[in-house]
Design a binder for this molecule. Structure first.
Ligand SMILES: [Zn+2]
Length: 95
């Protein structure tokens, strides 16, 4: 398991590239958030998911529990073609 660490400062996130770290950015009204994260595997790739607080209503949208310290996303995350797993209660768990 990899701890998911929140960075309020997007520039700092991009400087450190800590595996599993993330930054959440509010989109427009009723448009959800962008969830930026570094791949938990340590490859240094940045990914982004569109998340919302309710059940996804369109493709490429994840349900987020609203927590910055212990985030959970549903459904599972597929990063590129090499990392698959769940972000659950602040930890990345590969499957
Ligand atoms: Zn990776």
């Amino acid at each position: 398991m990899i701890r998911a660490i929140n960075f309020d400062d997007f520039k700092k996130l991009q400087k450190l590239k800590t595996p599993g770290s993330f930054h959440i950015k509010k989109l427009g009204a009723n448009s959800g958030w962008d969830f930026w994260y570094y791949c938990p595997c340590g490859c240094g790739q940045l990914g982004v998911l569109t998340v919302g607080l309710t059940k996804p209503t369109r493709l490429l949208c994840w349900e987020w529990n609203g927590s910055y310290s212990e985030p959970t996303l549903d459904p599972f995350v597929s990063h590129g073609d090499h990392w698959f797993g769940w972000l659950h209660n602040g930890y990345w768990n590969a499957v």
